[in-house]
Design a binder for this molecule. Structure first.
Ligand SMILES: [Zn+2]
Length: 265
């Protein structure tokens, strides 16, 4: 297990929150710089994902000031009222007006894959270039996400032609900042994701427990599927994880997938 002391200066540049510090046992995550899709699609994020104006100052508005807050912001706040639902959705649908929950607004946006209503989104994760340990962990990780009624994630040695495909590669380093054990870079066309690459930085991951390495892989796959970071410090989609992070996505992650991909009812 790593026991990295929190580094002065925080994120090493790959997250945008200058006030955050890695937790003890921290393992770094996706670098913003790798988010080519995010840069390209900064203006196209899903409604409600990252509302302009949701700053702390905005929450201190007086009653009179609240009248000036847009309806979409109020809707988002209402949607965040229960960030930890007990149950994951059993169908890929959500009530009309549902919004993404417990978002870390410091994270860069992700892009959804194109999905037909009534069908699960099928995404392959190509593991042919990985060592055996990471092939096994990736095979475990896709099962966690496939619990979603919206998504079927499949680990394969080689993606079928013309399929939704995320390539998994490993590099023997700790990322450009020396603290990243995984990163994701999406390829998008227009408003949709068309592919991507997960990089496992084995310079750190090789020293992680299987639990910690699995959490990292689950986390990066979550980005690949369109999820951004969560505020909940214990959740696998939080910006930071450790060897003791529970790799199993909680119900909120599955609700968020349903918000992104589900039909409205
Ligand atoms: Zn991340």
């Amino acid at each position: 297990m790593r026991s990295q002391a929190p580094a002065a200066g925080g994120d090493g540049g790959f997250h945008t929150a200058p006030d955050r510090r890695p937790r003890p046992g921290y393992s770094g995550r996706r670098r913003t710089g790798a988010g080519l899709a995010g840069l390209r699609l900064a203006g196209l994020r899903p409604a409600g994902l990252r509302p302009a104006g949701l700053r702390p100052a905005g929450l201190r508005l007086t009653g009179a000031g609240l009248a000036g807050v847009g309806a979409s912001l109020l809707l988002l706040l209402a949607g965040c009222a229960d960030p930890t639902p007990d149950q994951a959705p059993t169908e890929c649908s959500v009530p009309a007006g549902s919004t993404l929950r417990d978002l870390d607004l410091q994270d860069s946006p992700e892009t959804p894959w194109r999905k037909e209503d009534g069908e699960e989104l099928l995404v392959y994760f190509e593991t042919g270039g990985l060592e055996g340990r990471y092939v096994g962990l990736s095979t475990d990780a896709v099962d966690y996400w496939s619990v979603s009624p919206c998504v079927e994630a499949v680990a394969v040695a080689s993606c079928p032609e013309d399929a939704n495909c995320v390539t998994m590669v490993s590099v023997d380093n700790a990322g450009d900042d020396g603290e990243s054990d995984g990163s994701f870079s999406g390829r998008d066309r227009g408003a949709y994701r068309t592919g991507g690459e997960i990089t496992l930085h084995t310079g750190l991951l090789d020293r992680s427990s299987d639990n910690g390495a699995l959490a990292t892989i689950v986390h990066e796959m979550g980005h690949a599927l369109g999820l951004v970071h969560r505020k909940d410090s214990e959740d696998v989609m939080n910006a930071y994880t450790s060897d003791t992070t529970d790799p199993e996505p909680d119900a909120t992650n599955f609700v968020n997938l349903a918000v992104i991909y589900g039909t409205r009812h």
